[in-house]
Design a protein around this ligand. Structure first.
Ligand code: NDP
Length: 500
């Protein structure tokens, strides 16, 4: 088939899923079932059980039993690595299937979904190396009578709550690292995008992961997610989603067992463009940074700070690029930007577009909905005449909407960039090394890009400063995050007695 013109077909009926407990599928039975409609087409594509609190308890108990009897954490790093590498191989072999269900539930373009699955293969391969190289430290400098050893131990049972914008990618930025550390886990995907998390559990079981090490419960965040945050037998929770729910999760953990927390939350990420940048590259990068995944990325570059001398010209260049972005049916191989994933998100984005106009910003392109394939689509949108105190400049819109704010000096650019509650990501565009390095040092963000954006890989940790979160996922730090440190003091020789 000619890939450039191919459009995959929708499933003839929604696929039925169970949830994944103790290495086996459990059918929905008499539980409620959530039917997910493809946001790109408005057609039912999956049916997912709504797990009960008893199901969650059973999943946590399964992960606890697997941890306590050491069937996974007791293996050598080499044995754990073998399972992670086998998983990488199986994911690669099932790329098309995973990408298809990801696209149906999420609305992202099929070609992009395939690319993301490829990235996930790399996460498993890299984490396999970490399973083998994870180590502690030793202190051989305490004199002849003592020896100090610092070890890293897996935290235990991890609860993993993931969002709907990158259901498989965000999952795979965490699961292989959690497992490399020796932890066992219970995942709770967003209810609207559960399919690929369930597929991963099945794949890992086939790859040889012992039963109970990776369980998946499905259902809504306000029920199952909240209960997971409150659960007394979950040792650590990794949460990715909105800052508001992040706050609720912090509260819930404080009221329960003080479980360790990893949080990746919202962002209002600056793209800082200086007059000496390659403006053509920068315009392309800025357009990509806001239209990729329809701007539904926590790291989308949603504030364009541009040096005043080139601000008008550069805004025109970005507008021209965004008008050419192919927004379309996610199942069409040529589509670059697909549907808005949830009805609520669609309403949120449209309300911010209206708010920007009420606040006095100028809508220079986009702002409208597109009638495509029966789904929900919004045009890439640019606002100029924006000041950093407007809601469209301060609040996370999580859609294809960018605001343009001019600046006069490097110091002013840094001040505006940091004038936000968030600190997730930022980009600088400049051919001047001093400028690029100074900005990269002074902007408060957990991820920083120079003359590029939305780039990365399994080696580079992700996470935020300020209200964008706690801790890091991926990279060496990503596996260490799921460990706790133990200091072991060893006495050598005869003890000097305290009581004579
Ligand atoms: P949420 O923060 O509500 O959802 C993220 C995850 O948390 C989902 O799995 C959700 O489950 C779950 N969840 C929801 N409520 C609770 C709770 N009380 N306790 C535990 N888990 C919970 O994000 P939304 O889907 O509502 O999106 C709202 C906004 O959040 C977006 O507009 C965007 O600004 C931001 N966001 C940021 C993301 C990021 O990557 N940083 C990702 C997604 C959203 P379920 O979906 O099943 O309810």
């Amino acid at each position: 088939m000619d890939k450039a013109s191919a459009i995959l077909s929708l499933p003839s009926e929604p696929r039925e899923f169970g949830f994944f407990l103790d290495g086996k599928w459990v059918e929905a039975g008499d539980r409620d079932v959530f039917e997910r409609a493809s946001p790109g087409h408005g057609v039912a594509v999956t049916r997912i059980p709504r797990c009960t609190t008893d199901d969650l308890d059973a999943a946590v108990a399964s992960a606890r039993a697997a941890f306590n009897d050491r069937r996974w954490c007791g293996l050598s790093g080499a044995d754990r690595a073998a399972v992670l590498l086998k998983t990488a191989e199986l994911i690669r072999a099932r790329t098309d299937e995973i990408a298809y269900w990801e696209t149906l539930e999420n609305g992202k373009p099929i070609a992009q979904a395939r690319g993301e699955v490829g990235g996930c293969v790399g996460m498993f391969e890299f984490a396999a190396g970490l399973a083998r190289s994870l180590h502690g430290d030793s202190y051989n400098n305490s004199g002849d009578g003592a020896f100090g050893v610092v070890t890293r131990e897996p935290v235990g049972v991890v609860g993993l709550i993931t969002p709907w914008n990158f259901p498989f990618l965000i999952l795979c930025e965490r699961v292989p690292y959690i497992l490399a550390s020796g932890c066992s886990l219970v995942a709770k995907p967003s209810e609207v995008t559960s399919a690929t998390t369930l597929l991963l559990a099945e794949i890992m079981s086939e790859a040889g992961l012992p039963d109970g090490v990776f369980n998946v419960v499905t259902g809504s965040g306000s029920s199952i997610g909240q209960k997971m945050a409150e659960h007394m037998d979950v040792d650590m929770l990794s949460f990715t989603g909105s800052t508001n729910v992040g706050r609720a999760v912090v509260e819930a953990t404080g009221k329960s067992n003080f479980k360790k927390l990893g949080l990746e939350l919202g962002g209002k990420n600056p793209q800082i463009v200086f007059a000496d940048a390659d403006l053509e590259d920068a315009a392309d990068g800025v357009a990509f940074g806001i239209a990729f995944n329809t701007g539904q990325c926590c790291v989308s570059g949603s504030r364009l700070l541009v040096e005043r001398s080139v601000a008008d010209k550069f805004a025109d260049m970005v507008v021209e690029k965004l008008r050419k972005v192919r927004v379309g049916d996610p199942l069409d191989e040529t589509t670059q930007a697909g549907a808005i994933t949830t009805d609520a998100q669609n309403r949120t984005i449209l309300s911010y577009i209206a708010k920007g106009q009420e606040e006095g910003a100028t809508l220079v392109t986009g702002g409208g909905v597109l009638d495509i394939a029966g789904g929900q689509y919004i045009e890439p949108t640019v606002f100029t005449n924006v000041t950093n105190d407007m809601a469209v400049a301060r609040e996370e819109i999580f859609g294809p909407v960018i605001v343009v704010i001019p600046f006069d000096t490097l110091d002013e650019a840094i001040e505006i960039a940091n004038d936000t509650e968030y600190g997730l990501a930022a980009s600088v565009w400049s051919k001047n090394l001093d400028t690029a390095l100074t900005v990269s040092r002074r902007v408060q963000a957990g991820r920083f890009w120079v003359n590029t954006t939305l780039a990365g890989g399994p080696e580079l940790p992700i996470g935020g400063f300020k209200a964008s979160g706690w801790g890091r996922e991926a990279g060496m730090q990503g596996v260490e995050e799921y460990t706790q440190v133990k200091s072991i003091h060893i006495e050598i020789g005869k003890r000097a007695h305290w009581v004579e």
